[in-house]
Design a protein. Structure first.
Length: 273
């Protein structure tokens, strides 16, 4: 049985837009837990001090940009996905133990397979950060044979390429620049909505489009994908699945997926957080 009165939070910068508090609080309500979950603005420079100041009431942290990689030196252990991806979006706190997990990878697998049956043979990923690495690892699990990473600066894709090589050395990943043709069975976008220019959208022809953003929604990419009749996997799909896994890790009880999704959809509709 879960301990009562525990504290959890999502950390990042910027963080005011985060839907994570809505999802986790919905899970606590559905499970009858008197836990709290808040959004806290924390930069990379402030992360170590924030973590060092946590007391025994704290049970878990969710991490978003730009902290998924920055948190690793502060942890005592990593789950296999965090270790191979070089990023943790979840920290479970137990006394002096801080265990990092990456629920983005299994969350992405669940989101993709919920909306589409594939094939996933050839993939294109826009952006080269921690989320891109997690989705590439998810695609490797789904049987992707070839992948192309399109980025603004190829030098910043090095950590993502290393993560894929550690887990799936058989998966060739080539690197190109944003704006090059983005053809394949599935396209994943991890770039901001304001970077989704008409010129960029004109390069996208994949039948399955995975937009990891959920706010703003729909993004220009989603609008264009729907116009073309593509299958859309949304950022809320990813967020709900990875958050349900976080709830399970933090509370010991399965995350109530339907209740969390309903809460997230309602919050996006009325603009509350």
């Amino acid at each position: 049985m879960a301990v009562t009165g525990r504290r959890c939070a999502v950390l990042g910068s910027p963080i005011a837009h985060s839907l994570s508090p809505v999802l986790h609080r919905a899970a606590y309500a559905a499970r009858g837990l008197d836990w709290s979950y808040e959004a806290v603005e924390v930069t990379e420079d402030g992360l170590a001090d924030f973590v060092a100041g946590l007391d025994g009431t704290w049970r878990g942290l969710s991490l978003t940009m730009p902290l998924k990689r920055a948190v690793l030196p502060l942890l005592t252990d990593l789950d296999p996905w965090a270790a191979v991806s070089g990023a943790a979006n979840t920290v479970v706190l137990d006394g002096d133990h801080r265990v990092g997990h990456n629920t983005d990878v299994p969350g992405a697998v669940a989101a993709l397979t919920e909306r589409s049956s594939g094939p996933w043979t050839e993939a294109v990923v826009l952006g080269g950060g921690a989320t891109a690495a997690s989705v590439l690892l998810a695609l490797a699990e789904l049987g992707t044979h070839r992948a192309r990473l399109l980025v603004r600066n190829p030098d910043r894709a090095a950590e993502t390429l290393a993560a894929v090589h550690r887990h799936a050395p058989q998966l060739p990943v080539t690197v190109g620049l944003l704006g090059e043709p983005a053809t394949g069975d599935v396209l994943v976008s991890t770039v901001p909505a304001d970077a989704q220019t008409p010129e960029l959208l004109a390069t996208v022809t994949a039948p399955v489009v995975f937009e990891v953003l959920y706010d703003p929604w729909p993004t220009p990419l989603v609008t264009e994908a729907r116009r073309r009749g593509a299958t859309v996997v949304g950022g809320l799909d990813l967020l709900v699945h990875q958050a349900a896994l976080q709830v399970a890790l933090m509370t010991g009880a399965p995350g109530p997926l339907a209740a969390m999704r309903a809460a997230g959809e309602a919050a996006l509709l009325d603009g509350t957080r």
